[in-house]
Design a protein around this ligand. Structure first.
Ligand code: DGL
Length: 280
């Protein structure tokens, strides 16, 4: 399979000293946030990273705001109890539905959200025809509507909900026939609309970016915002003092699903061998 031409919202080389002794927590409905974890590990190699996959409750994209807000509060509370000094909501859906609730609850904690990269897409698209792939929840949210109002003018934005896609990615098999069928189904309307730029608006989707590239065609530019989120996390944690006792950078994983599955996927997708526990 050829490597896709994925634009990662161009980054300067990481400053490897950044994050010394810092403890950063991040979470997603499941495995998708591993794409953000991968970028954070590159950009803040000296930080301790605490990752939670709420796989027992995935997908979030087809759940209501109240449920996602409740899960986001419980999970962030756990991360903070483990000494996290900043929280990254590594999920577009949870950001759209709950980031304001988290910021209200912990106004003193830097909380970084992720949102579909509409702004870089508009800057990059030659023909100003852009597709956005995301969960039904993200695309129906007021936050997405405001994002389009602020940055989507002067462009045709084709919002394509992808029900079932995150759930299929959760199985961990990135080349299954079921995944290929879903990717083809969601790519067809974007091909028909002749978009030249496509935003991956869900943190699960970078893991199937090669399938999207095949389905959309080699000339379509695919945008993933994980790098931009990692840089924003660097910026907001710049003023934080590291834990004196955490001089050893490390990554810890928790899940509400199967620890064995998360361990296997983290190793296969990120080359990461980490301690995995069940979220209490
Ligand atoms: N990875 C998530 C996102 O970025 C959510 C996928 C889901 O659970 O539906 O939107």
């Amino acid at each position: 399979m050829t490597q896709p031409d994925i634009v990662t919202v161009a980054a300067p080389p990481p400053d490897t000293r950044l994050g010394d002794g810092l403890r950063i927590g991040l979470f997603d409905s499941g495995l998708g946030g591993l794409s953000v974890l991968r970028a954070l590990r590159q950009h803040m190699p000296q930080a301790q990273l605490l990752y939670i996959a709420d796989s027992a409750n995935a997908p979030y994209g087809e759940r209501d705001d109240a449920f996602i807000a409740e899960r986001s509060l419980a999970i962030s509370g756990f991360l903070l109890s483990q000494g996290a000094q900043a929280v990254v909501v590594a999920c577009n859906t949870a950001t759209a539905m709950a980031v304001h609730t988290l910021r209200q609850r912990w106004p003193e904690v830097p909380i970084v959200g992720v949102e579909p990269g509409v702004k870089p897409a508009v800057a990059l698209s030659a023909r100003k025809r852009i597709g956005v792939l995301a969960t039904p929840g993200t695309l129906a949210s007021g936050k997405f509507k405001r994002l389009i109002e602020s940055h989507g003018h002067d462009a045709l934005i084709v919002a394509q909900p992808c029900p079932g896609l995150a759930k299929e990615i959760e199985f961990g098999q990135l080349d299954s026939p079921a995944l290929r069928t879903l990717v083809e189904t969601f790519s067809a309307p974007l091909r028909q609309a002749e978009v030249d730029t496509v935003v991956l608006g869900c943190t699960h989707y970078p893991f199937v970016a090669p399938l999207f590239q095949q389905a959309l065609g080699p000339e379509v530019c695919i945008i993933d915002t994980a790098e931009a989120v990692a840089r924003q996390t660097q910026r907001v944690s710049a003023g934080l003092a590291g834990h004196a006792e955490s001089s050893q950078p490390s990554t810890r994983l928790w899940t509400t699903g199967s620890p064995a599955h998360l361990a296997q996927v983290a190793e296969r997708w990120l080359g990461l061998r980490a301690e995995v526990s069940t979220l209490p």
